[in-house]
Design a protein around this ligand. Structure first.
Ligand code: ATP
Length: 379
């Protein structure tokens, strides 16, 4: 049974700004769902609607089967955490963490015990007497987290809580949050604009664009089977190469013709079709940087790859990133191995890379939606 449900939730500001549009989603109890999308796509608004800090324009929000969207924030039993930790500067870590419990009238001794236990689990056991100004960013973040945990909410709502931290701390806190969620098993909705944070934290990811859901899926399925060009381009670092072109049938197969190159998609009778089953010719070919392999020009047959000139390469240690100009397109390829330093191509050199068609994606140029390759079954 769904625990937190959104049914056709919409929010329009000032009668014209559609921040959230027909948002429908069901979250299971104990699930950690990340909500990701570019700036202005409606992430914070959705979280604020859930917390009760904004009123819905349309739709409803249910918690454990009961509508909560008409309740004031205090009666929804959800704890919200923002990027600024909003700790009270004149209170110690202990006082900050126990604030909510004290306000709810819990006995002093009980508050103290709960705070100590939670502080120890967050690595703050020795810092209880310190003031926020005497803490590092990560320690402040953990104090705010402790305060939220102690409320024992039914749902955690987190709005980019890690974005004020430096890269290393952010990475560490991400792991700690994931571990913490594993222990507490409290339902969590986590907002971020960072695709790698969304991928590593979420059991499922909701991708939002202009207030509208683009795809809801597990991190791996989003990466391997993006439903549209936007999702394809959003995940991955560097992102997927999106090359415009069209398909043509020739030489007993289906080919993709891009700017200055042609690659074979399939042999025999094959077509690219959209969800309605219609055949599509004007398409975008999507190849992730790791979807290329390098082959010596002499062994690369026509239809196996894409040729370009090396603009730049970056040595990343575990791999090499090659930036190529292919006709009017820019391509980034990730090369795992097989490069002796002497063999790394020079800037300006021509290079042919083959594309692993099993890893290639196709989208309709007109709609951006994913296409399926269908091949005729021999009778
Ligand atoms: P960011 O990542 O930059 O925080 P976001 O995805 O959280 O962005 P929201 O803050 O939810 O985006 O805003 C969604 C849209 O609603 C934006 O176009 C924003 O300008 C608009 N918006 C948000 N709050 C208001 C408001 N109070 N009045 C009018 N428009 C608003």
């Amino acid at each position: 049974m769904p625990y937190l449900s959104f049914r056709n939730v919409g929010k329009t500001f000032a009668g014209t700004v559609k921040a959230v549009n027909d948002f429908t989603l069901e979250i299971g109890e104990g699930e950690l769902v990340t909500l990701v999308g570019p700036s202005g796509c409606g992430k914070s608004t959705l979280l604020r609607l859930t917390a009760g800090l904004e009123d819905l324009t349309t739709g409803e929000i249910l918690l454990a089967g009961k509508p909560v969207h008409h309740l004031p924030p205090g009666r929804r039993d959800m704890a919200m955490m923002f990027q600024d930790y909003a700790l009270f500067p004149h209170m110690t870590v202990e006082e900050n963490m126990g604030f909510g419990l004290r306000m709810r009238g819990h006995a002093k001794r009980e508050v103290s015990e709960s705070v100590r236990e939670t502080a120890a689990s967050l690595g703050l056991g020795d810092l209880l007497a310190r003031f926020p100004s005497e803490l590092s960013g990560g320690q402040r973040q953990r104090t705010a987290l402790g305060r939220a945990i102690l409320r024992r909410p039914r749902v955690f709502l987190m709005d980019e809580p890690l974005s004020n931290l430096d890269a290393e701390l952010r990475q560490r806190m991400r792991v700690e949050l994931k571990e913490l969620h594993g222990r507490l098993k409290t339902t969590m909705l986590f907002v971020t604009h960072d695709q790698s944070e969304a991928m590593t934290l979420g059991d499922r990811i909701v991708v939002l664009r202009d207030g509208t859901i683009q795809q809801v899926d597990t991190p791996l399925r989003l990466y391997n089977k993006p439903e549209n060009e936007f999702v394809a381009g959003f995940f991955g670092s560097p992102g997927m190469n999106l090359l415009p072109g069209h398909v043509e049938k020739d030489d007993g197969g289906l080919w993709f013709r891009g700017a200055g190159f042609r690659v074979r998609i399939a042999t025999g009778e094959a077509t690219l079709r959209d969800a309605s089953g219609a055949e599509v010719v004007e398409v975008t070919l999507g190849v992730r940087p790791e979807g290329f392999t390098h082959k010596d020009e002499s062994v690369t047959r026509e239809g196996e790859g894409i040729e370009g000139r090396v603009r730049l390469w970056e040595q990343m240690g575990s791999h090499l990133l090659l930036y190529l100009r292919c006709g009017s397109a820019e391509v980034v390829a990730r090369m795992e191995s097989g490069w002796e330093s002497a063999a790394i191509p020079h800037v300006g050199e021509a290079l042919r890379l083959s594309i692993d068609m099993a890893q290639a994606h196709f989208f309709a140029k007109k709609t951006g939606m994913r296409l399926t390759l269908t091949t005729a079954v021999a009778s």
